[in-house]
Design a binder for this molecule. Structure first.
Ligand SMILES: [Zn+2]
Length: 359
């Protein structure tokens, strides 16, 4: 299903995401030559409704129109079919940011071909561009705590989130062969996220090497995900206390993203039992509700202060994925008292332990 081109398809720079299907038959990898032949790999539209990535490469390439790029660029235009309908993915399709390891249908084969192709070309760095469904500051997600990943991510934002799951995300897979980062550019259409991503890509095209200076961890807003917040599948819920008689989460929870949420904050009302209105699970899938929340009558209240991120009010995302995450600040390398278990399976299907490296 993958089309590989050695040029830009005609009209690519002026075609909107919903119209891409008119000029592309599906996922398309474009290799564009540059003076430095080690390519920068950029993927856009792995989620069809997240359009900042396409706009960013369109702006970037327009700036270089008629000139040779300073570095080769390999551009993957991902879920063209979902982009047509402005959807994350279509029914019956896998999430294109969950296909980069393991086995499945033709999408998994396509992702494997892209990885092989980029490994063969000795990819310089890999950038996957996304949007959030609710307001968040721009931030970068890194699959590894090593100097090259951190240096790359900090060129985009001071806010970094280290993640180990999902293992099948693009940057997890690319992190095995080159410095890799997922950049989150706020909601689609937000000018700041677009400008930041164009600047970031342009810097990378013009960069000989990634910065090697060690970064003090104390100076970074470096977080890791410690828990996922999920609404149990069958629950109905809302965010407007005037309209909702049952389970009602706080008004506009996204305003708390990357901010400290104080202990004692009322997170939801109308709960009818412990744990029944919100599941809080850690990376091992264990229930950690009591660590972060307590019940006060029918109200769900925070039991400690913490930093939430990616809180959304988008029902579809909440039902398909989650309400948001709880972050913990990383203050030391290796992270004190933490053994990070990397469940990415190798060819043998075995489990490996991944210990974060000291930068
Ligand atoms: Zn996304």
């Amino acid at each position: 299903m993958l089309t590989i081109l050695h040029h830009l398809p005609e009209g690519l720079l002026t075609t909107s995401a919903p119209d891409l299907h008119r000029i592309l038959s599906g996922p398309t990898l474009c290799h564009l030559p540059g003076k430095n032949t080690r390519p920068l790999f950029v993927s856009v539209l792995l989620h069809g409704d997240e359009t900042t990535g396409l706009l960013a490469v369109q702006q970037l390439l327009a700036q270089y129109w008629g000139r040779t790029l300073p570095r080769s660029l390999s551009l993957l235009l991902g879920n063209v079919a979902a982009a047509r309908w402005q959807r994350r993915h279509l029914d019956g399709q896998p999430d294109y940011n969950r296909i980069w390891c393991g086995e499945g249908g033709e999408e998994f084969v396509m992702a494997g071909e892209v990885l092989q192709e980029m490994a063969r070309r000795e990819v310089f760095a890999a950038i996957d561009i996304h949007n959030n469904s609710a307001p968040n500051p721009e931030y970068a997600m890194i699959p590894r705590l090593d100097p090259s990943h951190i240096a790359l991510a900090r060129m985009f934002s001071d806010k970094l989130v280290f993640f180990l799951q999902p293992h099948s995300a693009q940057s997890s897979a690319f992190g095995e062969i080159c410095p890799a980062v997922t950049i989150e550019c706020g909601v689609p259409g937000q000018a700041k996220g677009l400008e930041g991503s164009v600047r970031f890509l342009d810097q990378l095209l013009n960069l000989e090497h990634l910065p090697k200076d060690p970064v003090l961890v104390e100076k970074m807003d470096l977080y890791r995900i410690v828990a996922t917040l999920k609404v149990p599948g069958s629950r109905s819920f809302g965010f407007d206390p005037k309209a909702e008689s049952g389970l009602c989460f706080m008004v506009n929870p996204a305003r708390h993203n990357f901010q400290i949420m104080d202990r004692g904050t009322v997170f939801a009302t109308g709960c009818d039992g412990l744990g029944s209105c919100l599941e809080v699970v850690n990376l091992e899938g264990q229930d950690v509700f009591a660590r972060f929340f307590r019940m006060d009558g029918p109200s769900l209240v925070t039991a400690c202060s913490f930093v939430p991120a990616m809180l959304t009010m988008n029902r579809k995302i909440i039902q398909q994925d989650c309400l948001g995450y709880i972050l913990d600040r990383v203050r030391h390398f290796p992270m004190a008292g933490t053994v990070v278990v990397d469940q990415r399976t190798g060819g043998t299907g075995g489990r490996r332990v991944h210990t974060p490296k000291i930068p």
